[in-house]
Design a protein around this ligand. Structure first.
Ligand code: AMP
Length: 208
């Protein structure tokens, strides 16, 4: 199954991608994670992407298009993949459509008021685990014990910019994919578990 997860920053795409990837045995591809790893390793892509990411802006299409095209051509994506955070523009969606066929675009629907609250409580670990202060009050990672940190672009002013960018560049993809009959909309306002139930229900209904 080739799946795209769509939704505003903080809607829970990453959390759903992790559980869906384990459930269906297909890889989770997050362009945000790939870019952050490049920044950490100080690669040329990382140095270039950093200036956009820290302002809450989108990294130019060519960069992310290449990352995704390379990744989905790998062997482990033959059975399917879950794209999280890509595409984010109509141009990216066109580029993706040129190299693969999608089965579903799952839209995780969450009110902006909930999103702003969620992002301000978001904490990450360098091992990839993510937490929220509303449900996890420790400062170290439950998986590996390292100290948790707040993403640089999760600061309030950057979050507002990211939401604005989402509205302008990414929200039009709902219409784009709706015309192709690919959209499955699920409520993502509750817990990760509840949202995952909603995702499974939507996929089971669509597959029957
Ligand atoms: P995310 O972890 O998906 O929220 O992505 C973090 C940041 O990485 C975004 O705010 C963008 O600056 C950049 N980014 C991630 N995916 C893309 C994409 N598909 N197109 C452009 N920029 C992206």
């Amino acid at each position: 199954m080739n799946i795209v997860l769509l939704g505003a920053p903080g809607a829970g795409k990453g959390s759903q991608a992790v559980v869906m990837s384990a459930h269906y045995g297909i890889p989770h591809i997050s362009t945000g994670d790939v870019l952050r790893a490049n920044i950490k390793n100080q690669t040329e892509i990382g140095k270039y992407a950093k200036q956009f990411i820290e302002k809450g802006l989108l990294v130019p299409d060519e960069v992310v298009d290449k990352i995704v095209a390379n990744r989905i051509s790998e062997e482990d994506c033959k059975k399917g993949f879950i794209l999280d955070g890509y595409p984010r523009t109509i141009n990216q969606a066109d580029a993706l459509g040129g190299i693969t066929k999608l089965d579903y675009v799952i839209v995780i629907d969450v009110d902006y008021s909930v999103i702003v609250k969620r992002i301000s409580g978001r904490r990450m670990c360098s091992c990839g685990a993510t937490y929220n202060t509303s449900t996890y009050d420790r400062s170290d990672c439950a998986v590996c014990g390292k100290k948790l940190f707040t993403r640089d672009d999760d600061k309030e002013e950057t979050v507002l910019k990211r939401l604005e960018v989402y509205e302008k560049n990414t929200a039009p993809l709902l219409d784009y994919y709706s015309k192709k009959g690919l959209i499955l909309k699920v409520d993502g306002s509750e817990t990760v578990e509840k949202t995952f139930e909603n995702v499974l229900k939507a996929l089971n209904n669509a597959n029957n």
